[in-house]
Design a protein around this ligand. Sequence first.
Ligand SMILES: [Zn+2]
Length: 205
Amino acid sequence: MPVFAALLTTIALLAPAPRPHIVQKRIPFPPRRERETRSYAIRHYGIHTFKLRNPKVIVEHFTETTSFAPVWNTFARDVPDVELHELPQVCAHFVIDRSGRIYELVPPNIMCRHTVGLNWTAIGIEHVGMSDAQVMGDRRELRASLALTRWLQSRYGILTRNVIGHSESLSSPYHRERVASLRRQTHADMQHATMVRYRRLLRAR
Ligand SMILES: [Zn+2]
């Protein structure tokens, strides 16, 4: 019964989720980085802004680090990234550490480079950890992640099917990329099987 299912989805979206505690730990985002982000958006998406408006997707990642500090330091230093050698430096809006502390590094109304093809419409959440299993197995980190994601969903009206893992980026209906060599580029973090479980936990909240 698709109509009934759609109604349930709507009811779930309307249910306001409480804002979890968020520690403000902003990376510098001076006018130079804003200009670089705008240039990136023009090159990759054909849109002329560094602003993130009406986000439709949340992408979950893990950091491949064991702590928060090196993640902040990498994102804060605005030099070309080590993988694609492009400016601005990569970043994510939020990082959650293993104690369940949520840090906001970039406000969600500014674009961050965290997922090729989706940065124009996606909020990025990084989890401190070395694997999907570690993130999913850490009770405090996972609880904070679900609370943050639920709150962002209710704030922006983002459907649970659009809460995806980085490894699922190419199958998102929102994926778009103007640079041909990057059209199939993705990463292996937060696999489909992990995200099936993650989305089930989200829906159960
Ligand atoms: Zn990732």
